[in-house]
Structure formats: C-alpha cells, structure tokens
Design a binder for this molecule. Structure first.
Ligand code: SF4
Length: 250
C-alpha cells in the first residue's frame, strides 16, 4: 500500500475523517488559509525553479505571487485583498532575507517515494537543500499563524511528516540528512533541529499506523475519534459521533 504522510496523519487523528476524505472522497470546500498557503508555495516553487531570490527583484517576486494567485475559499473580496497584501509582504521579506543562503536547493516541490517493509511512503517535499558540509536540510514551509520557537513545541503530526520526508530524501539522494527545518512564512524564521529529535522507533510507529490503516481498509471499519481536532474537521455535519456529542438526545 502507498501511504502519504498527510493521509497517515489524518488516519491517526481520526479514522472516520480519513474515510470521509480518502475512501468516500467527499470534497472539502477550500478555506482561505489553505488557498493562501498554496499560493505562497507556488510562488516560492517557481521562484526557486527560475534560480532563486538573487536572480529577481522584490517586485518580480510579488508579480509571481499575483500570477499564481488563486481566489478560491476567501469569504469576501475584502478578505482576499487582506491575504494578498499579507502575501506580498511575506514574499518580499523572503526575497530580502534569503538573498544568500547556507544551502543549495536540490529538490523543490518534488514527489518522493520510498519503501519500508510492505509499505511505500510517498509525498511531495517542499524543499531539500544540500548544505556546505555535504548533508541535507529537509525544509517544510508553513503559513500557519502558530509559530513554534522550540522543537518541543512542534506537534507529533508535523514531526512525523518531516521525518518521513527525510527518510524518503535519504533514499533518493547520496547524502545524510542532518537537519529538519520548519520555515514559518509569516515571520520568515526557520526552526531547525536534528532528525534524532523524533526519538527512537518513530519509523516503526509510523509503519504500525500504516498497517492499522491497511487493516481498516480490509475490514471497512473507520471509527470516529472525537477530540480538539474536531474543531478543524470539515465533515462535522456528516459525522454521527460529533453530532451525538454536541447534540446529545436527552
Ligand atoms: S468531527 Fe471529529 S470525530 Fe467526526 S470525523 Fe471529524 S474529526 Fe472525526
């Protein structure tokens, strides 16, 4: 079975949400935050594909953002304009701050795949840089408001996702991975840490979760797992467990 870090994280969070999204394939309406993140990702992808910040002016990078902008999911023209202004600030700060970088991008928005036991992990990595000491830095862009200042504040989902990308990068490239980085776009700050921060046995745990996912497909059992994460679930109106929890029959 082929397993992406995103699918795996959804299944671990709530098998029922996973089933709505990936088994029944119930479409989710895009949110402003999702579209905003994609718009920034596309801008940085094309920027690096064309040579990086040092090859363009800040105005050209802002024009890239305009050219790749999607307006899906914004609640109103006012909200979209506010996000666009924020996006322009972010990309021009990025342009100024990353004229000179320690690493050289080797992979940009690259689809990777790597086997582990009977599972094939796959996904699109935002960026992998080759560092001066011939090691790899696996970078994930985040446009979220939340910004972790220490690795201990990074949630397990994101740690697992980054570690799986590092595992896949290691299979594809002849260099060791020495650094994982979360690049927070709203502040253009990077939080970097060694792969060992994930702790012992993380790959075995990811594999065990993937096996549970395979078993759920075989038995067609995807139990609901209520929690704080329900606040962000796009399927609350369809979820019986959520409705029973929020509107109990008296
Ligand atoms: S509302 Fe909560 S329990 Fe229901 S599918 Fe979504 S995440 Fe799962």
């Amino acid at each position: 079975m082929r397993v992406s870090p995103t699918k795996l994280a959804t299944f671990q969070r709530c098998p029922q949400q996973y089933a709505f999204q990936y088994v029944q394939r119930i479409p989710r309406a895009p949110t402003a935050a999702m579209t905003f993140g994609s718009n920034l990702h596309r801008t940085l992808q094309t920027l690096y594909e064309q040579g990086g910040p040092q090859t363009e002016t800040a105005e050209q990078v802002k024009a890239r953002l305009q050219a790749s902008w999607s307006g899906h999911g914004f609640a109103s023209p006012t909200e979209e304009a506010a996000y666009k202004a924020l996006g322009e600030t972010i990309v021009s700060q990025f342009h100024g701050q990353y004229q000179i970088e320690e690493g050289t991008p080797l992979l940009i928005e690259k689809r990777l795949e790597a086997p582990y036991e009977d599972v094939r992990f796959f996904g699109i990595v935002d960026r992998v840089d080759l560092m001066p000491d011939a090691t790899l830095n696996v970078i994930d862009y985040k446009s979220t408001r939340y910004i972790a200042t220490d690795v201990s504040e990074v949630n397990d989902e994101l740690m697992q996702q980054l570690s799986l990308y590092a595992y896949m990068a290691k299979v594809h490239l002849p260099y060791p991975v020495r650094r994982l980085s979360i690049h927070y776009l709203r502040t253009n700050e990077r939080l970097s840490f060694p792969p060992e921060a994930m702790g012992e046995g993380w790959l075995e745990r990811a594999y065990a979760a993937a096996q549970a996912m395979v078993a759920a497909h075989e038995t067609e059992r995807f139990p609901a797992q209520l929690g704080d994460h329900c606040r962000w679930c796009p399927y609350t109106s369809r979820c019986r467990a959520y409705r029973a929890h929020t509107h109990p029959v008296l």
